[in-house]
Design a protein around this ligand. Structure first.
Ligand code: 13P
Length: 262
């Protein structure tokens, strides 16, 4: 079977202004264009700037993603945004289950699951985040927590839909802290996720599934992380706000060649 196409996401979170978002998108478009044939590159600006960023990305091959979505199609849901609205403005990927939405905003597994099914149904790519807190890691619960979140997310998702999903393993204690999981620790969790997907579905589905690492990925630690056999790219927060650093990470990811035939 084919190798997995690496994927790097730039999650801008609640940062940038309209002007800085457009300028950053232009930098990403210019510096990442040459890598988009070998690596999927997606940036996730704040909602108000999606259209402007989409225009700035032009025909660069860098894709446009949203940081969240609501599962209902329309109606009285003040403040929410539907999958159809996102598709309408050229979005093709959505982050769901991010630790900030789980732990800061308070989304639970049930809500995340409803959003996930609606996003798959809309033929958008889902970046589904899982990850343990420091307390959970220190209590030896990493696998239980991560596999529990995974199982909840994958409920009622048929194998045929997994091509539309990327799992992002983001240990909560590594997000925005400068404290990265060691490549070996991250690999262990990625391998555990792939094994769980193989037993839930089958080996071919699991071997094709892309699993990204997120949590303080920088230009200088990306290559060691991406060298691990089950790490298929990264979901980048802080470093994605620096066009040069983000492009360096994308360049590292574009060299990845992981998969059953690798
Ligand atoms: P940092 O790269 O800033 O740690 O953020 C990671 C993240 O949350 C990406 O979604």
């Amino acid at each position: 079977m084919a190798t997995r196409t690496p994927i790097v996401g730039g999650n801008w979170k609640m940062n940038t202004t309209r002007a800085s978002a457009v300028s950053l998108a232009e930098t990403v478009a210019t510096s990442c264009r040459e890598h988009t044939a070998t690596c999927d590159v997606v940036i996730f600006p704040p909602f108000p700037y999606l259209s402007a960023v989409g225009e700035a990305l032009g025909d660069s091959g860098v894709q446009l993603g949203a940081q969240d979505v609501y599962h209902e199609s329309d109606g009285a849901f003040t403040g929410e945004v539907s999958t159809a609205m996102l598709r309408d403005i050229g979005v093709n990927a959505v982050i769901l289950g991010h630790s900030e939405r789980r732990h800061v905003i308070g989304e639970d597994d049930a809500l995340i699951h409803r959003k996930l099914l609606a996003t798959l149904e809309a033929d958008l790519l889902v970046i589904f985040c899982v990850g343990e807190t420091l307390e959970q890691r220190e209590a030896g619960q990493t696998e239980t927590i991560v596999l529990g979140q995974l199982e909840s997310g994958l409920t009622d998702v048929p194998a045929s839909r997994l091509v539309q999903m990327v799992i992002a393993y983001e240990p909560v204690w590594a997000i925005g802290t400068g404290r990265t999981a060691s490549p070996e620790d991250a690999q262990a969790v990625h391998a555990c996720i792939r094994t769980a997907v193989a037993s839930r579905y089958d080996d071919v589905t699991a071997d094709s599934l892309r699993i990204q690492y997120g949590g303080s990925v920088k230009a200088d630690n990306a290559s060691a992380l991406f060298a691990q056999p089950d790490i298929d790219g990264g979901l980048i927060g802080g470093a994605s706000l620096d066009g040069g650093a983000f492009a360096s990470i994308v360049r590292e990811a574009s060299r990845i060649s992981h998969g059953a035939s690798a």
